[in-house]
Design a protein around this ligand. Sequence first.
Ligand code: TRP
Length: 336
Amino acid sequence: MTRTILTGDRPTGPLHLGHYVGSLQQRVALQREYATYVLIADLQALTDHFDAPEQVRANVLEVMLDYLAVGLDPAVATMVVQSQVPELAELTMYLLNLVSVARLQRNPTVKDEMRQKGFEADVPAGFLVYPVSQAADIAAFKADLVPVGGDQVPMIEQAVELVRRFNRTYPGASGPVLVEPEALLGPVSRLPGTDGGAAKMSKSLGNVINLSDPADEVARKVRGMFTDPRHLRVEDPGTVEGNPVFAYLDAFDPDRAAVDALKARYRAGGLGDSVVKARLTEVLEALLAPIRRRRAEWARDLGGVGRLLDEGTTRGRAMAAATLAEVRRAMRLYGS
Ligand code: TRP
């Protein structure tokens, strides 16, 4: 039987290199092997952007353009708008009974994000429960595999717990209804921001390179990247570990031998940051130029892009509705 992939992104801004190595690359590679569903998670985006609905709405088509630009093929992968599938909100409601508030408060990613957003004192309930909504996304599509970045692993763990709890609490007449998912991590599970800080990449911190950034913007961002602060003169030996420029070369330069040679020269001293950065700019251009070109082509027909998204959403909704019919039956809900 064909196995299923479901994953998604919040449409709060353009997708960036972190999305690419964390998940997009894997989806594109696997889209012909798995039944692939990709959710534009606008409901989840509202959990921390409830006061910016226009921003969320405007980014739905932008994220779709990013998907098409990186090579997700609408002939095989189904792109779905989350808010157009009310069954996802319905399943969230059922799953909320199967998790304690204390367990929600222990989710390490939610904890980090609450700290970053200054939500500790007064967290919106919707934000605290977004891992349950994410579990509903995954469960409604009966996903086996969820390609995500490393920060999402706690979400998948919580989804597994919820699926198990549901199947135990509401055993279906002909076997368990929901499927236990598994996270699929990319080769680079965490790409640092261009500032080299511990916080994850985010538009608000200005430490991201977007897939849609023009070439001069990419070059400017690379020139401004944090490196080894003790590497003051070209002759000084430099440190490669924790140096974001090398982390990016590790993630994106297909020529491993060239990266190793650069690292050796950097460590020995005598290699300037500007040389390493020039190499990185070249490597990123090789990746991003075709993505930018495909994006521009699709952007000429936004009506067509919107129709592809509507068609995907219709197919996705049918899938979620079929699962929800089984869910209601297993739960012995009135009318099922
Ligand atoms: N939380 C994910 C992110 O911030 C987005 C997301 C929403 C998702 N629903 C999902 C990821 C379901 C995987 C599966 O990137």
